[in-house]
Ligand binder design. Structure first.
Ligand code: IPM
Ligand code: MG
Length: 366
């Protein structure tokens, strides 16, 4: 009988800034999980963002797109530099690092971005909210539409009536709304069965279409409690009583903004993993935070958002659920005693450690 191991092809984008050092720790943890749970990961390095500009003159090449398409999933660090000092930001906007990220999302059809906010028991002291609010618990996921809306609409800057006038077009079609709403309803069914659609339906035509499509789908999910919230109110509710949220569904720009806010309510943006999913099982996994060029190469960055993104990859793209659980459990154990500087509070009784040691401890704990 064949004893061939399960084997997967994983694209790896280290990227810029702290990207390489946090990805290295996530790979260390993945290797340990693979060994322990009996599967093989074959890594395929690829370029994106600033390092791609330096090598190829553009932030995203066809080679990267083709390589990514040949993989089961892609793990990414972060891209971009300091806009005040990096030469990448002297280039026109369509040639800058961020354009590479938007481009690969579009090219790979990664329309559903899941960003998780979980307040771990051992991090309650790192939560910047009042303790009575933190004690209610925080565990929600934002489903952000990732390949439509304002970020991908037509853009122009022209002289109109003698002055410069800039336009960004916001468009959504029914099918674009429906495919991500399906993922949101399905996620809600696997969780606490509560779905909140966040929009600006009191002002925006596109938001009114979101409400129409999503409310029309609700009859297929009678167990899901669906409610609607304007985005300005949602920004307030996220810090007022985050425990009320389970699954939050929203369009691209609102999700971009709210997910940064959501990462901070659980202590640090260094803790928030994300999954960007296409139709089927393919996905790109990256921390929600940026490339933090100011702390790059200093062994102080928190690798946990990337490590937790790797766990999401095992769960959503590879169906290696047990390995994913083991990584998450190890992270929780390690946090009982050790913290990177972003999570550390004076007198919290934990030890301050660096990027590499955090990766090693999580790997050992699997
Ligand atoms: C994110 C980032 C990107 C986005 C930028 C870098 C284009 O902020 O992943 O949230 O806005 O989508
Ligand atoms: Mg963002």
């Amino acid at each position: 009988m064949s004893t061939q191991k399960r084997s997967y092809r994983i694209g790896v984008i280290e990227g810029d800034g702290i990207g390489p050092e946090i990805v290295r720790q996530a790979v260390r943890v993945l290797d340990r999980a693979a060994e322990k749970f009996g599967f093989v990961l074959n890594y395929v390095p690829m370029d994106l963002g600033g390092c791609s500009i330096d090598k190829h003159g553009v932030p995203l090449t066809q080679e990267t797109i083709d390589l990514a398409k040949s993989c089961d999933a892609v793990l990414m660090g972060s891209i971009g530099g300091d806009p005040k000092t990096s030469p990448w930001y002297q280039l026109e906007p369509s040639k800058r690092p961020e354009a590479g990220l938007l481009g690969i999302r579009k090219a790979l059809g990664l329309f559903a971005n899941l960003r998780f906010s979980v307040l771990y028991d051992d991090l309650k002291d790192a939560c910047p909210l009042r303790q009575d609010i933190a004690q209610e618990g925080i565990d929600f996921v934002i489903l952000r539409e990732l390949t439509g809306g304002l970020y991908f609409g037509e853009k122009s800057t022209k002289i109109v009536d003698g002055e410069e006038t800039a336009t960004d077009v916001l468009t959504y079609s029914e099918s674009e709304i429906r495919r991500i709403a399906l993922k949101a309803f399905d996620s809600a069914m696997l969780r606490r069965k509560k779905l909140t659609l966040v929009d600006k339906a009191n002002v925006l035509e596109s938001s009114r279409l979101w409400r129409k499509v999503v409310s029309g789908m609700a009859k297929d999910y009678p167990e899901v409690e669906l409610d609607y919230m304007y985005v300005d109110n949602a920004a307030m509710q996220l810090v007022r009583r985050p425990s009320q949220f389970d699954v939050v569904l929203t369009e691209n720009m609102f999700g971009d903004i709210l997910s940064d806010e959501a990462s901070m309510v659980v202590g640090s943006i260094g803790m928030q993993p994300s999954a960007s999913l296409a139709e089927g099982t393919f996905g790109l996994y990256e921390p929600s935070h940026g490339s933090a060029p100011d702390i790059a190469g200093k062994d102080v960055a928190n690798p946990l958002a990337t490590i937790l993104s790797a766990a999401c990859m095992l769960r959503y793209s590879l169906s290696e659920e047990a390995a994913a659980d083991a990584i998450e459990k190890s992270v929780m154990e390690v946090l009982k005693q050790y913290r990177t500087q972003d999570l550390k509070a004076d007198g919290d009784g934990t030890l301050l450690i660096g990027t590499k040691q955090m990766g090693e401890l999580v790997a050992e704990g699997i």
